[in-house]
Design a protein around this ligand. Structure first.
Ligand code: DP6
Length: 362
């Protein structure tokens, strides 16, 4: 915490999380209480993160918000809700207004869960700045009322968000549990998504009949996935993760009017991953994909297969942009058994990352 005259300030860095079992649907919009439990991994801070600095001083006349250094005309309703809750809990008349400065190292609204890292870093920074009681659960609560999935970015490792009781999150396995696990994020398209998750999940609740069927299967899937993570059974892990991603997108398709987040490239990647997994002599899976509310796949892979997968990507997604395939692969793969078209210049960026230990105050 830095203290300049009567100005106090705290900065927190947090990373996005990737849902292995998706959160989709709220039974309470205001408090953001989810319809189902979800499970995620929090990414390492290295590649992708949000930095949020919160400050307060007696001379401030209103709340202000700067995004990437640019002052925003007003705070969003959800950000205002978070600040009001902080003031209620801080119970300190000296503290009236807050300045928020936030920055992401990756494009907002691209299905890369930027709201999760942004609200988690905001929630933790505010909890620290105002010295709020029960800091972990308070930060989780504040993150959740900002954006549901942000509640999971408050912790590192494998995180479960419960849909019962207080509806907070907890770490079920720390980052050290499965150190060989890597994530390769393929950015096909970084532009804004057509329908926000908030609006789309509301529409799903109102119109989809598949949605109820999904809810009745989620807890069972979560228990099976936790067991697979426990014993590091990648085959079971991969199958459950890919099936939940597809079920989530099927529910989006069953929404009226339908919500379509996947694009041609996403479908190509799905076929590519299944074809690639079949190339293993022992039929062991090498890669699993999942898609959030966007066309960009998050691919889970063990370290030993990273090089081969990178050379597969170079083969099927050749690029004129030197930045795309900057991760060097030493393997010259033979992918002649995979009968899929080559998609030149489909990729904007590849991000190679891993599980992280959670947010930090800097
Ligand atoms: C598809 O957390 O962005 O990424 O709570 O309305 O802010 P709000 O929605 P948000 O939804 C994320 C949906 C998802 C799945 C997930 O992260 O679990």
């Amino acid at each position: 915490m830095s203290d300049n005259s009567d100005c106090l300030s705290v900065t927190c860095q947090a990373s996005p999380n990737i849902a292995l079992i998706k959160y989709w649907g709220k039974r309470n919009e205001e408090l953001i209480l989810p319809d189902n439990d979800s499970l995620s991994i929090t990414l390492d801070l290295g590649e992708l993160h949000s930095d949020t600095t919160v400050s307060t001083s007696s001379s401030m006349k209103c709340d202000t918000f700067y995004f990437d250094g640019i002052q925003q005309t007003k705070l969003s309703k959800r950000m205002q809700k978070v600040l009001d809750e902080v003031r209620r809990r801080a119970n300190n008349d000296q503290i009236k207004f807050v300045e928020i400065r936030s920055h992401n190292t990756f494009p907002a609204s691209s299905g890369l869960a930027s709201s999760a890292s942004a609200y988690a870093s905001l929630a933790i920074a505010l909890t620290k700045l105002f010295n709020l009681e029960n800091p972990q659960s308070t930060a989780a609560y504040l993150a959740r009322i900002g954006s549901g999935s942000a509640v999971r970015s408050v912790y590192g490792g494998f995180v479960r968000w419960s849909s019962e009781g207080e509806c907070l999150s907890s770490c079920i396995y720390p980052v050290e549990h499965w150190p060989e696990l890597r994530l390769i994020i393929l950015i096909f398209n970084s532009s804004k998504k057509p329908v926000s998750s908030t609006d789309a999940m509301q529409r799903t609740r109102e119109t989809s009949t598949l949605f109820q069927a999904r809810l009745s299967t989620v807890n069972d899937k979560i228990e099976k996935l936790i067991q697979a993570i426990k014993i590091k059974d990648f085959n079971t892990f991969a199958k459950i993760v890919m099936m939940d991603s597809s079920q989530f997108h099927a529910v989006c398709m069953d929404t009226y009017p339908p919500v379509i987040y996947l694009n041609e490239q996403s479908k190509h990647l799905i076929d590519l991953v299944h074809a690639f997994n079949k190339t293993d002599e022992n039929e062991m899976m090498k890669v699993a994909y999942t898609f959030d509310a966007g066309p960009n796949p998050f691919c889970f892979i063990r370290e030993e297969h990273v090089d081969e997968f990178l050379s597969l990507l170079k083969h099927f997604y050749p690029s004129n942009n030197d930045n795309v395939h900057k991760q060097v692969s030493n393997i010259d793969g033979n992918f002649s058994s995979i009968n899929l078209p080559i998609m030149a210049n489909a990729l904007e960026r590849i991000v190679l990352t891993k599980i992280g230990s959670g947010p930090k105050i800097i």
